[in-house]
Design a binder for this molecule. Structure first.
Ligand SMILES: Cc1ncc(COP(=O)(O)O)c(C=O)c1O
Length: 468
């Protein structure tokens, strides 16, 4: 494994997480020597009173939270701990259907009753956008027992919802707002980017520092606002349940170093963003465009994080999957995510503007070659995600508890009830949840993803489990 990793990192330029980009931005040395445990003088993550407390307090001041927590089991652990904390409230939760699987797992293990709100969806490019505040208001009025609203913002593609407006609506209803900001740990460090949800009224905000900051994989943060301080003890108990009892000091110190780096390089970060904007504007690519906030996406202006490079493909001569493969094989670059009509590259301060220029040139070359070969500009294929609640036969946890099921080809599963989540990874958004009926739309999508070799959790050799 070690040799394979060395080979991969020597050969491939990373446009994916983690944000230190294969050690291009190394902020710590002597990792083995720093790998200690809880002994006198090193504090304790689960009862901090010394250096860990100091770091958490400093991070809280930087992010403007009431209290911030270091997470060493990813945003996943923060999401699970927060959902276990809100689970003691009576009623149901409202979840944006583009949430990561960690949210559905939290619903499952806490047996929460969930309602879903669907984000905007652009049929042309095939991914979800922002969740409208009005859509949330409608659901809150329809289900007055909703006590918690869970949203993902920014999305994998960098689209940000109007958290300020949403938090006002949620609070007016007496509920609390949890924002999965896994892709937004860097937002706080520049006024040129959308504001972080913790500054805009969200009650709990969870961020993966390993995605967009120069921090090690599995590192993340949980921020809470003073509005939920009554739950602080329960939250801390749950963090100790969902995180390792032997937290890695290397991971914790890497969060500190990554955040200190950003805090002391705010000016450079701003200059980097300005240079990035300039680069994207001056180097358009024929056959596609960068997602931005100018109204190209579902004909609306939107709030988008410019540091999330989402390339939209207008010309059907090549898919996002093909561009991703060509970038890897011909240009030795790996992007984070590919779809039928888009690719997503994760960049950070570890990438120089020159590195990003190489990516742009690579994409341009892939498109130009295919356009030349095809001779004509073709209409690109559509890839449709569910935009309506699939018929639900039973709740998620009931479906998971059923002891009788069939294992069948997913192509023959139309109308059957899913036993498992079926999740293309990345982005980790379930296409279908346990207890939901499989539609033709889902079968078509799975076929399209399968054809392109996309990793799909829940399918083994073309087969899925359905209830009898
Ligand atoms: C939106 C979102 N939330 C949560 C997670 C889980 O984050 P982590 O890998 O830090 O546990 C991911 C991972 O990709 C994600 O994309």
């Amino acid at each position: 494994m070690y040799d394979e990793l060395k080979k991969y990192t020597n050969d491939i330029q990373s446009f994916h997480m983690p944000g230190h980009k294969n050690g291009k931005l190394q902020l710590m040395h002597d990792l083995y020597a720093l790998d200690v445990t809880e002994v006198p003088g090193t504090d304790d993550l689960h009862h901090p009173s010394g250096m860990i407390k100091e770091v958490q307090d400093r991070i809280g001041r930087i992010y403007q939270s009431y209290q911030s927590y270091l997470l060493i089991n990813g945003s996943t652990s923060g999401i699970l701990a927060t959902l276990a904390t809100v689970a003691r409230r009576k009623g149901s939760v409202l979840v944006s259907r583009n949430c990561h699987k960690a949210v559905y797992n939290g619903i499952l293990i806490n047996r929460l009753e969930a309602h879903y709100v669907y984000p905007n969806y652009d049929e042309k490019y095939g991914f979800y956008g922002e969740v409208e505040a009005q859509a949330i208001e409608v659901m809150l009025k329809k289900h007055p027992d909703i006590h918690t609203v869970v949203l993902t913002s920014p999305t994998y593609e960098g689209i940000v919802s109007d958290i300020q407006k949403i938090s006002q609506i949620v609070h007016a209803h007496g509920a609390i707002l949890l924002v999965d900001e896994a892709h937004g740990a860097h937002l706080t460090f520049s006024h040129l980017l959308p504001q972080s949800a913790i500054e805009l009224g969200a009650d709990y905000v969870i961020q993966s520092t390993h995605k967009t900051l120069p921090c090690l994989t599995q590192t993340a943060l949980l921020h809470m606002s003073p509005s939920v301080k009554v739950d602080q003890d329960v939250l801390e108990e749950n963090l100790a349940i969902f995180q390792s009892s032997s937290p890695s000091y290397i991971l914790m110190a890497s969060i500190e170093k990554g955040i200190d780096f950003m805090e002391t390089h705010r000016k450079e970060f701003e200059q980097w963003i300005i240079a990035l904007r300039d680069l994207l504007e001056k180097h358009p690519i024929q056959g596609g465009q960068w997602l931005n906030d100018d109204g190209t996406f579902y004909q609306q202006r939107l709030s988008h994080d410019i540091t999330r490079l989402t390339f939209l493909i207008d010309d059907g001569c090549i898919s996002g999957y093909d561009i991703s493969e060509k970038l890897r094989k011909e240009h030795h670059m790996q992007v984070e995510l590919a779809g039928e009509r888009h690719i997503v590259a994760i960049i950070s301060m570890a990438d120089s503007i020159k590195d990003i220029q190489r990516l742009i040139d690579g994409i341009r070359e892939c498109l130009a070659k295919e356009r030349k070969k095809e001779g004509v500009v073709k209409e690109a294929k559509k890839y449709l995600l569910p935009t309506n609640q699939p018929e639900q036969s039973m709740s998620m946890h009931m479906a998971k508890q059923q002891m009788t099921w069939d294992t069948i080809l997913y192509t023959e599963a139309l109308g059957r009830t899913a036993k498992d989540m079926i999740i293309p990874y990345p982005p980790g958004i379930p296409l279908i949840l346990p207890g939901e009926k499989i539609t033709q739309e889902i079968v078509n999508n799975l076929e399209s993803l399968d054809k392109h070799g996309q990793e799909i959790y829940g399918i083994i050799k073309g087969e899925i489990r359905v209830l009898r």
